[in-house]
Design a protein. Sequence first.
Length: 280
Amino acid sequence: MKIVKTVQEMRQLSERVKIHNKSIGLVPTMGCLHNGHLSLVHKARKDCDIVVMSIFVNPMQFAPGEDLEKYPRDFDMDRRLAKRAGVDVIFYPDTKHIYAKGFFTFVSVENMDKIWEGKTRPAHFRGVCTIVGKLFNIVDPDIAYFGQKDAQQVAIIKRMVGDLYFNINIVIAPTVREKDGLAMSSRNKYLSSEERKAAQVLYRSLHEAEKMIKNGEKKSDNVLEHMRDVIKKEKLAHLDYVGIVNHEDFSSVSEISKTSLIIIACYIGKTRLIDNFGLM
Ligand code: AMP
């Protein structure tokens, strides 16, 4: 497994791969790898000749006061896990290279980046789209892999790829969960043991919603009211938002259908966690 740190070296490597008519799969991450990330690698390994994983804690997607400084980083562990999962190349660039002096260009998917996650984290998706656009141009993948765990990110990246004619297939992998249902996330590391127990409430509320819908409930308001009640009962939880939206444009829907997605963001203590459940 190769570790590549510069944009130039990464570009040259990708060019060599393409000359030999081989395909590249890209798995963008911020490191602190867990089985959610590795499920994307496994998919890429099956589909592509060369698997590139980027590890870059992207400062631009964190607002001042968010957890950029304390975001967990463990490159040695990541390197071991990536190698074992079959990654060929880790692209591990320096912030100084990615946002060089004089950098002034941003990518934003307007409107969709202002709602839900974008309301609480106003510059977040602009940061995500800018780094993902850069990675697409540097690595030149045939396929890029993202997790359904970050559902709004998925919808926004698909929109960006369509709008800007990136010639890249986007493959989405299902959310990988802990045994009790909690979606795996690097931020779960922040939880104390008491908070870790409380964090089950996100999945529990989604599961309750699923049951209601399976039993025939079609009105979003009724499902959302029940979810809010479930969250309220958990003392350490503080709801940011819960919604039922169209999975492509994230507009709220009043009638639940197969294209609906239930989304939730909740603070457990100081840690903000997100999850979702699709009805497709
Ligand atoms: P991150 O390192 O948090 O930026 O995540 C990198 C990629 O892994 C993103 O496409 C995430 O959606 C995906 N991912 C994170 N957690 C999970 C999970 N529990 N299941 C599946 N994919 C995930």
